[in-house]
Design a binder for this molecule. Sequence first.
Ligand SMILES: [Zn+2]
Length: 139
Amino acid sequence: MARTTSRLRLSDIPVPPEIPQQHAGSYRLLAKKRIQLQGVITDTSQVLSEQRQSLGGDLTDCAGPQIIEGVQLSLLQIANGERQQVTAAIATLRGETAERVYGECIACGKKIPKARLNAVPYASTCVKCQTDAEKGQQL
Ligand SMILES: [Zn+2]
């Protein structure tokens, strides 16, 4: 299945004038990510609704489709959560959030390393704070 979004080149993504020049690269990464996530969300929603239609909306006695539906729903949840983070990061880039500066850790206030932002352009914490937060959640 050839999707047009996977062939989208970063350099083809227009950067709005309100995005600071030094963040143009991050903006493009975020914009591309958002387009990809939108594709995942649209596809997954479509698969879900087709599956429900083909089963006549009755999933109660079918374990297989229920499992598939569960997987699709988790995918959808993950994609939606990621899209929210991407949207929040774009708002930060635009300077719409006074309390957050793009590229700064929301926990310790230090600059998030460029390598991390390239890998996770919507990261709002540095690796150390992220790790600390995850440890905290596990306890
Ligand atoms: Zn930090």
